[in-house]
Design a protein around this ligand. Structure first.
Ligand SMILES: Nc1ncnc2c1ncn2[C@@H]1O[C@H](COP(=O)(O)OP(=O)(O)OP(=O)(O)O)[C@@H](O)[C@H]1O
Length: 785
């Protein structure tokens, strides 16, 4: 096969060709076979990121060009092409054009970011209109009818989504457009791959976190399930043993009633019985006395079997714990425990053992020996003896309906309900005991299986929490930062608006097309801080937007920070007016403060609903907008409950006592809210007196553990005080649920709103009276209010 590709090895000193750039100039395809174009392209583009420049020498496309371009479109429908019309009259560059070109080159060299803009080619040479229309028809350019005489092309989308469209350059002198096009193409590829990468990172992260949730749940729930199964089966066993041992009278009575109710039916069933082991001659006579014995035993067996069934049914119905519904939950619990557990061969599973316990009543068997009285048994044996010796007067050989009825009746008459009951109980007890033992051994092996397995699960959960998720989070932060950087560029940092333990917050007028924003710049000193920051970023970014959580818009990694050795991570978020700390310092009205408390509770409730615990609720992490509505920020310590390791985090005065023990849950946020609510009700930011006595945080924690809490202030409303006390209860279980706190705060606020509006009406009324009463001046009246 002919090799059509020509690799031109050229050395051009230009930033564009700096790294690993290959210039592929395909041959002229005129006269070559139709597949030549495809062949060259597919060979030349192996492992190459293509940027297509298409030079056109004439003012219109030949059929061959059109064919080529159609093929190109088919092969790469998404990839843009920059068409350069080389025949456009080359003009001398004006001074300003030369300057512009230089600027563009510098611009690219500096690698600074650029927000793609809509480029219009309104000023294309009119003689090239035909060529542009041809490209339009093939689907590369989109000519726009404009009011002006000039044709206008829209080929690039506006800012936002970063994708590049095909473009047209009329003249080689417009090299800056070539540079921009190439740069845009490469950046668009970069955005595409980093978005895909970020999707993969985020999805893996999501799955890891979900599996950590499942693991935490399994670790927590499995021992409880096993315990529940043990308890429930023990109860069942106990109550069945009571039935078997102590309810003889009831069972006797039950058998008597069943016998009475069924007697006629059983005799009729016996009458209609067709023998299996006996052949009848004419007139329903049998040949030998042995046949009579067989027929007798068949009838007796029939009657006893029917009777056993009926007694079993009655027994099950009269004993509640023998019914399926009674152990429904136990069965489900066992089945879920056994789901992923291999059973040992030959041994009974716990759920089967429970089924056997239940069926113990159904499997009871009544036999003639167990049912007859001693005297009846003797008579029966005597009768069989006589039959065996074939004494002529011993028995009839005509086994007709009357005979069958007689045998059934005799059988039923011979039954002793008390003996049957005793026998049934004994059988029942033995079966239940055996099944109970099988159950216990099955549960023991289930427990053994789980104890090893739960240890492994815990190890995996720790690995997910400590290693896998933070690393993935960091990768996700880097890939999304790359996209954000290309799309929106580096945020321009304005003045400093705050400072935290880990970073500085700057204002930024606009980023990504919206503003104003705040940029939190953090320089993670080590891998641990990097990972923590990445997790914060991940949680903040992935939770769906909520009006009570400060919105994170994106992030950028500034690799030039610190001379390039300590990159800074810039988290860009919505900018709010101030934090609650400065709000309280400058003074906020009571109703406003109550509304802030409501907002905070809504924010915490939302995080909890997402499975997250904030762990650092404090005045500085509550931001206020210009209407003094609050939002939570700084999800630095925010973490899903399943990922919590018991690490000690937070701000000392807001930290619940159990935080120090390492065993805590989402109720630490409710404790912290209790303290925050103290400040909200106090209306200032002074430390509670009770806490002031402590010299350091260690002393504070000891005090808090012993029960020291902020003091009640005079201005406190009774309901508010009670609420704080509940929230900061020492035992997490006694802290109220947010679903209770929220309506309570709303009702407190509504009460005050009514009180204030009534007070306002009274105040106005008094002012009117004062105004009418000339003996009082208005100012005097107002001061009295
Ligand atoms: N989005 C924002 N809009 C306006 N101000 C903000 C914003 N984010 C933070 N600030 C201000 O910057 C301060 C520092 O915020 P940052 O989140 O870094 O730290 P912090 O919560 O005070 O401390 P730490 O991170 O150590 O817990 C806040 O107290 C607040 O005053």
């Amino acid at each position: 096969m002919a090799d059509y590709s020509t690799i031109v090895d050229i050395e051009i000193c230009h930033p564009l060709f700096k790294d690993n750039v290959q210039l592929l100039v395909p041959p002229d395809f005129d006269g070559l076979h139709s597949g030549a174009f495809r062949e060259v392209l597919s060979k030349g583009l192996e492992k190459v990121l293509p940027v297509f420049l298409y030079a056109v020498g004439e003012e219109s496309l030949t059929d061959q060009h059109i064919h080529e371009l159609r093929e190109l479109k088919q092969l790469f429908p998404e990839l843009p092409v920059l068409f350069i019309c080389t025949s456009a009259s080359p003009q001398e560059l004006t001074e300003s054009e030369q300057h512009q070109l230089q600027e563009s080159c510098l611009f690219l060299q500096e690698e600074s970011c650029y927000t793609p803009q809509c480029l219009h080619c309104g000023d294309v040479d009119r003689s090239l209109l035909g060529l542009i229309q041809q490209l339009d028809r093939i689907g590369y350019l989109h000519l726009e009818e404009t009011v002006s005489e000039e044709p206008s092309m829209t080929t690039r989308p506006c800012c936002g989504q970063f994708s590049v469209g095909s473009d047209f350059v009329d003249g080689l002198h417009k090299l800056d457009q070539v540079l921009f096009f190439v740069r845009d193409c490469l950046q668009s590829h970069l955005v595409q791959v980093s978005s895909i990468l970020n999707d993969i990172h985020s999805e893996c992260l999501r799955r890891f976190i979900l599996s950590a949730f499942d693991m935490a749940r399994e670790i927590q729930i499995t021992p409880r399930r096993i315990h529940y199964a043990q308890e429930k089966e023990a109860d069942l066993y106990k109550s069945l043993m009571v039935v078997a041992s102590e309810k003889q009278k009831e069972i006797t009575h039950l058998i008597e009633v069943t016998l009475q109710n069924m007697r006629e039916d059983l005799i009729e069933i016996a009458a209609a019985y067709q023998y299996h082991g006996v052949t009848l001659l004419d007139s329903e006579v049998v040949e030998s006395p042995q046949d009579v014995a067989v027929a007798t035993s068949e009838i007796q067996h029939l009657v006893l079997t029917r009777l056993s069934c009926a007694v079993a049914n009655e027994l099950v119905q009269s004993v509640a714990c023998l019914q399926d519904t009674f152990i429904g939950t136990l069965q489900r619990c066992l089945e879920s425990l056994e789901k992923n557990c291999y059973e040992q061969e030959g041994s009974l599973s716990a759920s089967d053992a429970v089924k056997q316990i239940l069926s113990a009543a159904y499997n009871i068997k009544l036999t003639t020996s167990s049912s007859s009285s001693f005297l009846h048994t003797c008579l029966e044996r005597l009768r069989n003896l006589l039959l065996t010796f074939q004494l002529p007067w011993a028995a009839t050989r005509c086994l007709d309906v009357a005979w069958k009825k007689r045998v059934a009746t005799e059988m039923l008459d011979s039954l002793s309900a008390a003996r049957l009951a005793k026998n049934i109980s004994a059988q029942f007890r033995d079966r239940v005991r055996a099944s109970h033992e099988s159950f216990q051994s099955a549960l023991r092996s289930l427990e053994n299986h789980y104890s090893g397995r739960l240890e492994r699960t815990e190890e995996q959960r720790i690995a997910i929490r400590k290693y896998h998720t933070p690393r993935l989070a960091r990768l996700a932060l880097e890939s999304t930062s790359m996209c954000d950087m290309i799309r929106y560029g580096m945020p321009v940092q304005g003045k400093e608006i705050g400072r935290g333990q880990y970073g500085v917050v700057f204002s930024c007028e606009s980023w990504g097309g919206t503003g104003p924003c705040a940029v939190k710049s953090v320089v993670p000193p080590d891998d641990k801080h990097w990972n923590d920051l990445a997790m914060e970023f991940y949680y903040t970014r992935t939770i769906p937007e909520h009006k009570r959580i400060v919105k994170l818009r994106g992030s950028v990694v500034d690799h030039t920070y610190g001379g390039g050795c300590t990159p800074a991570v810039l988290l860009v978020m919505d900018r709010l007016s101030r934090d609650l700390y400065s709000g309280l310092r400058t003074g906020l009205k009571w109703l406003v403060r109550l509304q802030i408390a409501i907002d905070v509770v809504e924010g915490i409730r939302y995080l909890h609903s997402q499975g997250l615990v904030h762990r650092d609720i404090k005045l500085k992490n509550v931001l206020l907008d210009c209407d003094n509505r609050a939002k939570l920020t700084d999800l630095g310590f925010c973490i899903p409950e399943a990922m919590m390791s018991g690490s000690i985090v937070g701000t000392p005065v807001h930290m619940a006592p159990e935080l120090l023990s390492g065993h805590y849950d989402s109720s630490v946020d409710i404790y912290a809210f209790g303290i925050l609510f103290w400040y909200i009700c106090a209306g200032h930011v002074k430390l509670p007196l009770k806490f002031e006595q402590f010299q350091n945080k260690e002393q504070l924690w000891i005090g808090v553990k012993k029960g020291t809490r902020p003091e009640r202030l005079k201005c406190f409303d009774e309901q508010c005080w009670l609420l704080m006390e509940e929230c900061w209860a020492a035992e997490p279980i006694r802290r109220p649920l947010l679903g209770y706190v929220l309506p309570l705060l709303l009702s407190i606020k509504a009460e005050y709103a009514v009180k204030f509006s009534q007070a306002g009406v009274k105040k106005c009324a008094r002012i009117e009276v004062c105004a009418m009463d000339c003996s009082f001046s208005l100012s005097c009246c107002l001061s009295s209010l």
